[in-house]
Design a protein around this ligand. Structure first.
Ligand SMILES: Nc1nc2c(ncn2[C@@H]2O[C@H](COP(=O)(O)OP(=O)(O)O)[C@@H](O)[C@H]2O)c(=O)[nH]1
Ligand SMILES: [Mg+2]
Ligand SMILES: [Zn+2]
Length: 225
């Protein structure tokens, strides 16, 4: 009788690429974060401000995922950070094979951290591992405070939640947005999640996020030293 190994799960094509990406990153001592949100929550604005603030301390490279255009890559390029654009031509999430290709286009020896801006979509990007060390979910106050309840997967899986555009709360533009509800719902899904309330436009609240990111990179470097 032939023997079948049912203990070994068959890896999907995406999982294989994600494992390879993770191995490549960890062998090089690089960290990688996967940023996920709806379109327009402020991912690119957050990246531009973060890179501008931290570029003397941390070598940050960016992989930009968009359905079309290199508008966001151009915005990143203005900071002088290395950036590779992926156009998914209609695809609503990045996959690990696309990221494997993009990693080859970055000057890895100059980088500590690779930030991936996923395609704007709160749903399926959370289901495709890219080989990252963590996910960062961005929710802007303009989108409503029911999003952790309605889209739990990404909040359950993320290391960090950035609640962006808090400058709008005081302008009456999102006055019914209940920050405490978002925090309670997100923590119910994920006890470990770190939450920062920020405005990428004015800079308010960004220092907590910069400190978290700097610690994240420093911890990894001291583990390797
Ligand atoms: N008022 C306000 N607008 C913001 C903030 N962050 C981003 N925006 C604006 O929101 C729009 C979408 O931002 P973008 O960074 O392109 O979002 P992405 O699609 O998630 O990359 C742009 O017009 C930004 O200027 C913020 O903190 N406050
Ligand atoms: Mg963007
Ligand atoms: Zn998708």
């Amino acid at each position: 009788m032939s023997k079948i190994d049912i203990g070994r799960r068959i890896l999907s094509e995406n999982e294989k690429y994600a494992l390879d990406n993770g191995r490549l990153l960890s062998e090089g001592g690089k960290l990688c974060l996967n940023m996920i949100s709806s379109p327009g929550s402020g991912k690119t604005t957050i990246l531009v401000r973060t890179i501008t603030e931290l570029k003397e301390k941390i070598g940050i490279g960016v992989i930009e995922g968009d359905i079309q255009t290199d508008i966001d890559a151009e915005r990143i390029r203005a900071t002088e950070a290395p950036v590779v654009q992926i156009n998914t031509e209609g695809g609503c999430h990045l996959n690990a094979a696309q990221v494997a290709g993009a990693l080859k286009g970055l000057p890895m020896d100059k980088l500590d951290l690779i930030m991936i801006e996923n395609v704007g979509n709160l749903v399926c990007p959370s289901a495709f591992e890219l080989g990252e060390n963590g996910k960062v979910v961005v929710l802007s106050v303009a989108e409503g405070d029911d999003k952790p309840a309605k889209y739990p997967a990404i909040f359950a899986k993320s290391k960090v939640l950035l609640i962006n555009k808090i400058d709008l709360l005081t302008k009456g533009a999102a006055e019914d947005f209940d920050i405490e509800r978002v925090k309670t719902d997100a923590r119910r899904l994920n006890k470990e999640i770190r939450i920062f309330q920020i405005s990428a436009k004015t800079g308010e609240g960004m220092s907590g996020w910069y400190d978290w990111l700097t610690e994240f990179v420093r911890n990894r470097q001291s583990q390797r030293a």
